[in-house]
Design a protein around this ligand. Structure first.
Ligand SMILES: NC(=O)c1ccc[n+]([C@@H]2O[C@H](COP(=O)([O-])OP(=O)(O)OC[C@H]3O[C@@H](n4cnc5c(N)ncnc54)[C@H](OP(=O)(O)O)[C@@H]3O)[C@@H](O)[C@H]2O)c1
Length: 242
């Protein structure tokens, strides 16, 4: 799948990783980028003035909003499911409403947009759906239990989507980043990958036709660890001594 001349819809494009997706898509010759944001008036990225960019109001948890966005972007060839929420909380103390919010956004949001855009992408193929999951899809991090569960669900949804779209001309890639330097993790003090390099590496994976993309050094080495022994990630993320 080429980025050059592609027509791309990015969810959650107004800040964080999403804005870096738009920057790299434009740099790599995308013909048009639909930048989905809940409040387009608040988007202040430098690419807003680029004539190839069209801002689209989109809340991925609202089916009517998703349907309207898919109607506007009837020429799309790539959908990047980037929008996400992270609520902190553990297995015993995490608020149920926080679990629900992360599942609504990170699972059902991806499901809503994927279903709404699938007919368009099939008609316009070759095409691609790119889901931004997380390395926490493979084991939960301490105090991020609901979020990790939502990304595990998104991981399996991506697998099911890939199987159902096989032979349709729509490639499905799922990215599994480790920690990225955006607002999402602003309160957590640890080494983080630059969002620009993560966006660039995810797009490179899409061009290479990769189904699973590990877009930073930490996620790439954690993926090796997981392939050798799935329990090893549980030990690393939950810092258990087992
Ligand atoms: N940061 C990390 O360490 C990290 C690691 C692995 C994976 N990821 C994943 O990478 C993706 C991007 O995250 P980020 O780091 O850029 O986080 P971020 O800085 O918190 O940005 C989140 C983006 O998602 C949008 N969003 C949230 N709920 C939405 C909804 N219901 N409808 C539409 N847009 C919504 C936000 O829009 P508003 O401005 O309207 O809130 C914002 O644009 C997420 O899927 C996240 O889970 C992040």
């Amino acid at each position: 799948m080429q980025i050059n001349n592609a027509i791309v819809f990015v969810t959650g494009a107004g800040r964080g990783l999403g804005t870096h997706f738009v920057t790299h898509l434009l740099k790599q010759g995308a013909a048009k980028v639909y930048a989905g944001a809940r409040d387009t008036a608040r988007v202040s990225a430098e690419w807003v003035a680029d004539e190839r960019v069209q801002l689209v109001t989109l809340d991925v948890t609202d089916p009517a909003s998703v349907a309207a966005a898919a109607e506007v972007a009837a020429d799309a060839t790539i959908l990047i499911n980037n929008a996400g929420t992270l609520s902190f909380g553990g297995a015993l103390d995490g608020a149920i409403e926080d679990y629900r919010l992360d599942l609504e956004t990170n699972l059902f949001g991806v499901l809503n947009t994927s279903r709404a855009f699938a007919p368009t992408l099939i008609a316009n193929g070759p095409a691609a759906i790119v889901n931004v999951a997380s390395i926490l899809a493979f084991a939960p991090a301490r105090n991020m239990t609901g979020y990790s569960i939502s990304k595990a669900a998104a991981h399996e949804f991506g697998q099911a989507l890939r199987a159902e779209l096989q032979g349709s001309g729509v490639q499905v890639s799922v990215a599994y980043p480790a920690q990225i330097d955006t607002e999402m993790l602003s309160g957590v003090d640890m080494d983080k990958a630059s969002p620009s390099s993560v966006a660039e590496r995810i797009l490179a994976g899409v061009v290479a036709g990769e189904r699973d993309i590990y877009p930073d050094d930490a996620s790439a080495s954690l993926a090796v660890l997981y392939a050798e022994n799935p329990w090893s990630l549980e030990r690393v993320f939950l810092r258990t001594g087992e």
